[in-house]
Design a protein around this ligand. Structure first.
Ligand SMILES: [Zn+2]
Length: 117
């Protein structure tokens, strides 16, 4: 979120921003996996309520992981399109995606019309 604004027209800069984001999200996914394994090994969580808490925590962690995994896929896909020379083009209609949209989310795949349609 605190990323400085970047120029979506500059391939090197797009690659740098996307790679940094990919490293960041990958680290979060790896970190949450370790945290989850630590909870499973924690023998003090034996009460019914704490088990329910643990299940709830686990469901939330899974949802967070799912979103991060999707984010990683979007980033990979954006990097692939960058190498193919298709970066910044809507994957549905092929029109150019507005620069301010790419600046806000460098891995965005749809133009505003397709995203809202
Ligand atoms: Zn479109």
């Amino acid at each position: 979120m605190a990323d400085p604004p970047f120029d979506p027209g500059d391939d090197d800069e797009v690659r740098r921003v996307l790679s940094a984001r990919r490293a960041e999200v990958s680290a979060l996914v790896a970190g949450s996996k370790e945290a989850r394994e630590a909870v499973e090994l924690d023998q003090s969580r034996v009460g019914r309520l704490s088990r329910m808490d643990a299940l709830q925590d686990q469901a939330m962690a899974l949802e967070t992981d799912r979103r991060r995994t999707l984010e990683l896929q979007r980033i990979e896909s954006a990097l692939t399109r960058l190498e193919a020379g298709d970066y910044g083009l809507c994957v549905r209609c092929g029109e150019e995606i507005a620069l301010e949209r790419l600046t806000f989310d460098p891995a965005v795949t749809l133009c505003i019309d397709c995203a809202e349609g």
